[in-house]
Design a protein. Structure first.
Length: 153
């Protein structure tokens, strides 16, 4: 008569004890948490590396700009005096050469500003592309694969 009774739930052959299932779930949870933390660290490192390169480039660009601006001032003063020489104005009216040079610079400044605005709009912010790619691969590996279902719903 003892053979007709089913074994208790914890003693079924082939079933894992609840402790092993709980331990496996805890291990999966810990690994997933670790994986997420590592992806966040990768994203931080990638963004900080790109930001460092941008800052270094900006500093070098500013230094080059200072030298170029100094040279440009000398060139512009020379051009203003040259314009005064060729403009049909009386003696001691050299300020017209500086006004003409200022007008030329305003036009060039507007054009450069428009070109710079267009370039900034096309520029992309520093995105952690490697971390995003890794996260996408992990999601594909861990998540359900819709093509494996065979399209059955």
């Amino acid at each position: 008569m003892s053979e007709s009774q089913p074994p208790p739930v914890g003693e079924q052959g082939g079933a894992q004890p609840p402790q092993n299932i709980a331990a496996a779930i805890a291990e999966v949870s810990e690994r997933a948490t670790l994986l997420v933390r590592e992806e966040i660290e990768l994203a931080k490192a990638e963004v900080s590396e790109k930001a460092t390169k941008l800052v270094k480039g900006a500093v070098v660009g500013i230094a080059a700009g200072v030298f170029f601006l100094t040279a440009l001032i000398f060139v512009l003063v020379g051009c203003a005096w040259l314009l005064y020489y060729y403009l049909p104005v009386g003696d001691f009216a050299y300020f017209w050469g500086f006004f003409a040079m200022a007008a030329i610079l305003v036009v060039l400044g507007v054009l450069a500003g428009l070109i710079a605005a267009r370039a900034v709009k096309k520029g992309s912010p520093p995105v952690p592309s490697m971390a995003i790619e890794e996260a996408r691969k992990i999601r594909e590996a861990v998540g359900p694969n819709p093509s494996a279902d065979g399209g059955a719903s």
